[in-house]
Design a protein around this ligand. Structure first.
Ligand code: GFB
Length: 311
Protein backbone atom coordinates (compact mmCIF):
# COMPACT_ATOMS: atom_id res chain seq x y z
CA UNK A 1 0.00 0.00 0.00
CA UNK A 2 1.18 3.52 -0.81
CA UNK A 3 0.87 6.21 1.93
CA UNK A 4 -1.82 7.92 -0.15
CA UNK A 5 -3.68 4.76 -1.22
CA UNK A 6 -7.38 5.08 -0.53
CA UNK A 7 -8.23 2.51 2.15
CA UNK A 8 -11.80 1.73 3.15
CA UNK A 9 -12.17 0.22 6.63
CA UNK A 10 -15.67 -1.23 6.81
CA UNK A 11 -16.74 -1.30 10.47
CA UNK A 12 -14.36 1.47 11.61
CA UNK A 13 -16.32 2.16 14.81
CA UNK A 14 -16.13 -1.45 16.04
CA UNK A 15 -13.38 -2.87 18.23
CA UNK A 16 -11.55 -4.43 15.27
CA UNK A 17 -12.14 -1.71 12.67
CA UNK A 18 -11.06 1.06 15.04
CA UNK A 19 -7.88 -0.89 15.88
CA UNK A 20 -7.15 -1.29 12.14
CA UNK A 21 -7.59 2.49 11.64
CA UNK A 22 -5.21 3.23 14.55
CA UNK A 23 -2.65 0.84 13.10
CA UNK A 24 -2.91 2.31 9.59
CA UNK A 25 -2.60 5.85 10.95
CA UNK A 26 0.44 4.89 13.04
CA UNK A 27 2.11 3.55 9.88
CA UNK A 28 1.48 6.84 8.04
CA UNK A 29 -1.53 5.93 5.89
CA UNK A 30 -3.51 9.12 5.55
CA UNK A 31 -6.32 8.39 3.13
CA UNK A 32 -8.72 6.23 5.14
CA UNK A 33 -12.37 6.17 4.10
CA UNK A 34 -14.96 5.61 6.85
CA UNK A 35 -18.74 5.46 6.95
CA UNK A 36 -20.94 4.93 10.00
CA UNK A 37 -23.87 2.54 9.68
CA UNK A 38 -26.18 5.58 9.76
CA UNK A 39 -24.37 7.03 6.74
CA UNK A 40 -24.16 3.74 4.86
CA UNK A 41 -26.28 0.66 5.55
CA UNK A 42 -24.00 -2.12 4.34
CA UNK A 43 -27.00 -4.44 4.00
CA UNK A 44 -28.34 -2.21 1.21
CA UNK A 45 -26.98 -3.38 -2.14
CA UNK A 46 -27.64 -0.14 -4.05
CA UNK A 47 -26.18 2.05 -1.33
CA UNK A 48 -23.00 -0.05 -1.16
CA UNK A 49 -22.66 -0.11 -4.95
CA UNK A 50 -23.07 3.70 -5.14
CA UNK A 51 -20.59 4.21 -2.31
CA UNK A 52 -17.90 2.12 -4.08
CA UNK A 53 -18.58 3.95 -7.35
CA UNK A 54 -18.21 7.32 -5.64
CA UNK A 55 -15.18 6.60 -3.41
CA UNK A 56 -13.37 4.03 -5.59
CA UNK A 57 -11.18 2.68 -2.74
CA UNK A 58 -7.90 0.92 -3.61
CA UNK A 59 -7.89 -1.34 -0.54
CA UNK A 60 -10.69 -2.69 1.64
CA UNK A 61 -10.59 -4.16 5.14
CA UNK A 62 -13.92 -5.95 5.60
CA UNK A 63 -14.23 -5.73 9.38
CA UNK A 64 -17.92 -4.83 9.50
CA UNK A 65 -20.06 -7.57 11.01
CA UNK A 66 -22.84 -8.30 13.42
CA UNK A 67 -20.96 -9.93 16.30
CA UNK A 68 -21.62 -11.11 19.84
CA UNK A 69 -20.94 -13.79 22.38
CA UNK A 70 -22.47 -17.21 22.80
CA UNK A 71 -25.87 -15.90 23.99
CA UNK A 72 -26.17 -13.20 21.29
CA UNK A 73 -25.25 -15.67 18.55
CA UNK A 74 -27.72 -18.23 19.80
CA UNK A 75 -30.59 -15.75 20.32
CA UNK A 76 -30.39 -13.49 17.24
CA UNK A 77 -29.79 -16.36 14.83
CA UNK A 78 -31.63 -14.69 11.94
CA UNK A 79 -29.73 -11.39 12.17
CA UNK A 80 -26.38 -13.11 12.60
CA UNK A 81 -26.98 -14.97 9.34
CA UNK A 82 -28.85 -12.32 7.29
CA UNK A 83 -26.95 -9.16 8.30
CA UNK A 84 -23.55 -10.78 7.88
CA UNK A 85 -24.41 -12.38 4.55
CA UNK A 86 -25.78 -9.10 3.19
CA UNK A 87 -22.86 -6.95 4.35
CA UNK A 88 -20.12 -9.22 3.03
CA UNK A 89 -21.92 -10.06 -0.22
CA UNK A 90 -22.53 -6.39 -1.04
CA UNK A 91 -18.98 -5.32 -0.22
CA UNK A 92 -17.18 -8.20 -1.95
CA UNK A 93 -19.32 -7.90 -5.10
CA UNK A 94 -18.93 -4.11 -5.27
CA UNK A 95 -15.17 -4.44 -4.71
CA UNK A 96 -14.98 -6.63 -7.81
CA UNK A 97 -17.19 -4.37 -9.94
CA UNK A 98 -15.25 -1.26 -8.94
CA UNK A 99 -11.85 -2.92 -9.35
CA UNK A 100 -10.54 -2.70 -5.80
CA UNK A 101 -6.82 -3.59 -5.85
CA UNK A 102 -7.06 -5.84 -2.80
CA UNK A 103 -9.63 -6.79 -0.17
CA UNK A 104 -9.20 -8.53 3.18
CA UNK A 105 -12.17 -10.43 4.59
CA UNK A 106 -12.19 -11.08 8.33
CA UNK A 107 -13.76 -14.40 9.30
CA UNK A 108 -13.68 -16.15 12.68
CA UNK A 109 -12.29 -19.26 14.36
CA UNK A 110 -15.88 -20.53 14.75
CA UNK A 111 -15.87 -21.55 11.05
CA UNK A 112 -14.03 -24.75 12.05
CA UNK A 113 -15.89 -27.94 13.03
CA UNK A 114 -16.86 -28.21 16.69
CA UNK A 115 -14.95 -31.43 17.32
CA UNK A 116 -11.95 -30.82 15.04
CA UNK A 117 -8.43 -31.84 16.11
CA UNK A 118 -6.49 -29.13 17.97
CA UNK A 119 -4.79 -26.89 17.12
CA UNK A 120 -7.08 -25.96 14.25
CA UNK A 121 -5.31 -26.02 10.92
CA UNK A 122 -6.69 -23.98 8.02
CA UNK A 123 -7.23 -27.26 6.15
CA UNK A 124 -9.96 -28.32 8.63
CA UNK A 125 -12.55 -25.96 7.12
CA UNK A 126 -15.73 -27.93 6.20
CA UNK A 127 -14.37 -31.16 7.68
CA UNK A 128 -17.26 -31.68 10.10
CA UNK A 129 -20.33 -30.27 11.88
CA UNK A 130 -20.30 -26.75 13.31
CA UNK A 131 -21.00 -25.71 16.91
CA UNK A 132 -24.78 -25.23 17.17
CA UNK A 133 -24.82 -21.97 19.20
CA UNK A 134 -23.01 -20.03 16.48
CA UNK A 135 -23.87 -21.98 13.34
CA UNK A 136 -25.63 -19.02 11.60
CA UNK A 137 -22.64 -16.71 12.17
CA UNK A 138 -20.20 -19.43 11.07
CA UNK A 139 -22.21 -20.18 7.92
CA UNK A 140 -22.19 -16.47 7.00
CA UNK A 141 -18.43 -16.29 7.54
CA UNK A 142 -17.85 -19.45 5.49
CA UNK A 143 -19.91 -17.88 2.70
CA UNK A 144 -17.62 -14.83 2.84
CA UNK A 145 -14.55 -17.04 2.51
CA UNK A 146 -16.10 -18.86 -0.44
CA UNK A 147 -17.06 -15.57 -2.12
CA UNK A 148 -13.48 -14.37 -1.92
CA UNK A 149 -12.24 -17.71 -3.27
CA UNK A 150 -14.77 -17.66 -6.13
CA UNK A 151 -14.06 -14.07 -7.21
CA UNK A 152 -10.34 -14.86 -7.11
CA UNK A 153 -10.79 -18.03 -9.20
CA UNK A 154 -13.21 -16.56 -11.74
CA UNK A 155 -12.06 -12.92 -12.00
CA UNK A 156 -8.53 -12.96 -10.57
CA UNK A 157 -9.57 -10.61 -7.74
CA UNK A 158 -6.91 -10.29 -5.04
CA UNK A 159 -9.28 -11.01 -2.15
CA UNK A 160 -7.73 -12.65 0.92
CA UNK A 161 -9.41 -14.14 4.02
CA UNK A 162 -8.07 -14.21 7.57
CA UNK A 163 -9.54 -16.07 10.57
CA UNK A 164 -9.04 -14.26 13.86
CA UNK A 165 -9.35 -16.13 17.15
CA UNK A 166 -11.47 -14.74 20.08
CA UNK A 167 -10.66 -11.04 20.42
CA UNK A 168 -10.76 -8.42 23.17
CA UNK A 169 -9.53 -4.87 23.63
CA UNK A 170 -10.50 -1.21 23.50
CA UNK A 171 -14.09 -0.33 22.69
CA UNK A 172 -15.42 -3.86 23.28
CA UNK A 173 -19.10 -4.55 23.96
CA UNK A 174 -19.76 -4.84 27.72
CA UNK A 175 -23.45 -5.76 27.53
CA UNK A 176 -24.00 -8.50 30.10
CA UNK A 177 -26.17 -10.66 27.85
CA UNK A 178 -24.69 -10.19 24.39
CA UNK A 179 -20.96 -9.62 24.92
CA UNK A 180 -18.14 -12.14 24.75
CA UNK A 181 -16.83 -13.78 27.89
CA UNK A 182 -13.80 -11.57 28.53
CA UNK A 183 -15.55 -8.17 28.60
CA UNK A 184 -18.54 -9.74 30.42
CA UNK A 185 -16.28 -11.03 33.20
CA UNK A 186 -14.34 -7.75 33.48
CA UNK A 187 -17.62 -5.93 34.04
CA UNK A 188 -19.14 -8.55 36.35
CA UNK A 189 -16.09 -8.75 38.63
CA UNK A 190 -15.56 -4.98 38.59
CA UNK A 191 -19.17 -4.28 39.57
CA UNK A 192 -19.12 -7.03 42.22
CA UNK A 193 -16.00 -5.48 43.78
CA UNK A 194 -17.54 -1.96 43.69
CA UNK A 195 -20.79 -3.18 45.24
CA UNK A 196 -19.19 -5.50 47.82
CA UNK A 197 -21.17 -8.41 46.37
CA UNK A 198 -20.51 -11.86 47.80
CA UNK A 199 -20.44 -13.77 44.49
CA UNK A 200 -20.21 -13.50 40.71
CA UNK A 201 -22.11 -15.74 38.31
CA UNK A 202 -20.06 -17.21 35.46
CA UNK A 203 -21.73 -19.22 32.70
CA UNK A 204 -21.20 -22.85 31.84
CA UNK A 205 -18.86 -25.36 33.47
CA UNK A 206 -15.62 -23.38 33.18
CA UNK A 207 -13.94 -26.26 31.31
CA UNK A 208 -14.05 -24.88 27.73
CA UNK A 209 -10.76 -23.43 26.56
CA UNK A 210 -10.36 -20.26 24.54
CA UNK A 211 -7.52 -18.41 22.86
CA UNK A 212 -7.58 -14.61 23.30
CA UNK A 213 -5.87 -12.07 21.05
CA UNK A 214 -5.62 -8.34 21.81
CA UNK A 215 -7.45 -6.44 19.04
CA UNK A 216 -4.53 -4.07 18.43
CA UNK A 217 -2.33 -7.12 17.75
CA UNK A 218 -4.93 -8.44 15.32
CA UNK A 219 -4.96 -5.07 13.55
CA UNK A 220 -1.18 -5.18 13.22
CA UNK A 221 -1.39 -8.68 11.72
CA UNK A 222 -4.10 -7.57 9.27
CA UNK A 223 -2.08 -4.60 7.99
CA UNK A 224 1.04 -6.77 7.78
CA UNK A 225 -0.82 -9.40 5.73
CA UNK A 226 -2.51 -6.79 3.53
CA UNK A 227 1.01 -5.69 2.59
CA UNK A 228 2.61 -9.11 2.24
CA UNK A 229 0.12 -11.95 1.63
CA UNK A 230 -1.61 -12.61 -1.69
CA UNK A 231 -2.53 -16.27 -1.26
CA UNK A 232 -5.82 -18.01 -2.01
CA UNK A 233 -5.76 -20.00 1.24
CA UNK A 234 -7.37 -18.73 4.43
CA UNK A 235 -4.96 -17.75 7.22
CA UNK A 236 -5.40 -18.14 10.99
CA UNK A 237 -4.55 -15.19 13.26
CA UNK A 238 -4.07 -16.04 16.92
CA UNK A 239 -1.52 -16.46 19.68
CA UNK A 240 -1.27 -20.25 19.60
CA UNK A 241 -2.01 -20.35 23.37
CA UNK A 242 -5.29 -20.91 25.21
CA UNK A 243 -6.67 -21.04 28.76
CA UNK A 244 -9.79 -22.47 30.36
CA UNK A 245 -12.75 -20.22 31.19
CA UNK A 246 -12.13 -21.14 34.84
CA UNK A 247 -8.54 -19.85 34.62
CA UNK A 248 -9.76 -16.72 32.84
CA UNK A 249 -12.34 -16.08 35.57
CA UNK A 250 -9.70 -16.51 38.30
CA UNK A 251 -7.32 -14.16 36.46
CA UNK A 252 -9.96 -11.45 36.05
CA UNK A 253 -11.09 -11.90 39.63
CA UNK A 254 -7.52 -11.22 40.80
CA UNK A 255 -7.14 -8.27 38.40
CA UNK A 256 -10.21 -6.51 39.77
CA UNK A 257 -9.42 -7.33 43.39
CA UNK A 258 -12.78 -9.06 43.97
CA UNK A 259 -12.53 -11.45 46.92
CA UNK A 260 -15.91 -13.21 46.86
CA UNK A 261 -17.03 -16.49 45.36
CA UNK A 262 -17.42 -17.64 41.75
CA UNK A 263 -20.76 -19.39 41.12
CA UNK A 264 -20.95 -21.52 37.96
CA UNK A 265 -24.31 -21.35 36.16
CA UNK A 266 -24.29 -24.65 34.31
CA UNK A 267 -27.71 -23.99 32.77
CA UNK A 268 -25.85 -21.73 30.30
CA UNK A 269 -24.14 -23.39 27.30
CA UNK A 270 -20.41 -24.11 27.14
CA UNK A 271 -20.21 -23.90 23.36
CA UNK A 272 -17.21 -25.39 21.57
CA UNK A 273 -14.98 -27.30 24.03
CA UNK A 274 -11.81 -25.86 22.52
CA UNK A 275 -10.80 -23.71 19.53
CA UNK A 276 -7.09 -23.14 19.51
CA UNK A 277 -5.74 -21.94 16.19
CA UNK A 278 -2.67 -23.41 14.53
CA UNK A 279 -0.57 -20.33 13.78
CA UNK A 280 2.32 -22.06 12.01
CA UNK A 281 1.52 -20.41 8.67
CA UNK A 282 1.07 -16.97 10.24
CA UNK A 283 4.45 -17.23 11.97
CA UNK A 284 6.10 -18.39 8.75
CA UNK A 285 4.80 -15.17 7.14
CA UNK A 286 6.77 -13.10 9.64
CA UNK A 287 4.16 -12.10 12.21
CA UNK A 288 3.73 -13.04 15.87
CA UNK A 289 1.59 -11.39 18.56
CA UNK A 290 3.31 -9.03 20.97
CA UNK A 291 0.76 -8.51 23.77
CA UNK A 292 0.50 -11.21 26.45
CA UNK A 293 -2.94 -11.96 27.87
CA UNK A 294 -1.90 -10.48 31.22
CA UNK A 295 -0.73 -7.24 29.61
CA UNK A 296 -3.74 -7.03 27.31
CA UNK A 297 -6.12 -7.60 30.23
CA UNK A 298 -4.50 -4.82 32.22
CA UNK A 299 -4.72 -2.38 29.30
CA UNK A 300 -8.32 -3.34 28.58
CA UNK A 301 -9.39 -3.04 32.22
CA UNK A 302 -7.75 0.40 32.48
CA UNK A 303 -9.57 1.48 29.31
CA UNK A 304 -12.89 0.09 30.64
CA UNK A 305 -12.53 2.11 33.86
CA UNK A 306 -11.55 5.25 31.92
CA UNK A 307 -14.69 4.86 29.77
CA UNK A 308 -16.85 4.48 32.90
CA UNK A 309 -15.43 7.71 34.28
CA UNK A 310 -16.44 9.55 31.10
CA UNK A 311 -20.11 8.63 31.55
O1 GFB B 1 -16.99 -15.50 24.57
P1 GFB B 1 -18.17 -16.41 24.40
O2 GFB B 1 -19.50 -15.78 24.52
O3 GFB B 1 -18.11 -17.06 22.99
O4 GFB B 1 -18.10 -17.58 25.49
P2 GFB B 1 -17.62 -18.39 22.25
C1 GFB B 1 -16.96 -18.34 25.74
C2 GFB B 1 -17.18 -19.25 26.92
O5 GFB B 1 -17.27 -18.46 28.11
C3 GFB B 1 -18.45 -20.10 26.87
C4 GFB B 1 -18.39 -18.88 28.88
O6 GFB B 1 -18.14 -21.38 27.38
C5 GFB B 1 -19.37 -19.36 27.83
O7 GFB B 1 -20.36 -20.19 28.43
N1 GFB B 1 -18.86 -17.76 29.72
C6 GFB B 1 -18.78 -17.73 31.08
C7 GFB B 1 -19.43 -16.61 29.33
N2 GFB B 1 -19.34 -16.62 31.56
C8 GFB B 1 -19.74 -15.89 30.49
C9 GFB B 1 -20.39 -14.63 30.38
O8 GFB B 1 -20.71 -13.94 31.34
N3 GFB B 1 -20.62 -14.19 29.11
C10 GFB B 1 -20.27 -14.92 28.01
N4 GFB B 1 -20.51 -14.41 26.80
N5 GFB B 1 -19.71 -16.14 28.10
C11 GFB B 1 -18.39 -16.96 20.24
C12 GFB B 1 -19.24 -17.24 19.04
O9 GFB B 1 -18.29 -18.18 20.86
O10 GFB B 1 -17.09 -16.52 19.93
C13 GFB B 1 -19.08 -16.26 17.96
O11 GFB B 1 -20.58 -17.40 19.45
C14 GFB B 1 -17.65 -15.86 17.71
O12 GFB B 1 -19.66 -16.76 16.81
C15 GFB B 1 -16.93 -15.55 18.99
O13 GFB B 1 -16.99 -16.85 16.98
C16 GFB B 1 -15.46 -15.29 18.78
O14 GFB B 1 -16.14 -18.43 22.14
O15 GFB B 1 -18.22 -19.61 22.84
Amino acid sequence: MHPLSKIYVAGHRGMVGSAICRNLESRGFKNIVKRTSQELDLRNQHAVHDFFGYEKPDYVFLAAAKVGGIHGNNTYRAEFLYDNLMMETNIIHSARIHRVTKLMFLGSSCIYPKMADQPLKEAYLLNGYLEATNEPYAIAKIAGIKLCEAYRAQYGSNFISVMPTNLYGYGDNYDLQNSHVLPALLRKFHEAKENNASSVEVWGSGTPKREFLFADDLADACVHLMETYDGAEILNIGTGEDISIKELAETIKALTGFEGEIVWNTSQPDGTPRKLLDVTRLHSLGWKHSTSLQEGLQKTYKNYIAQLELV
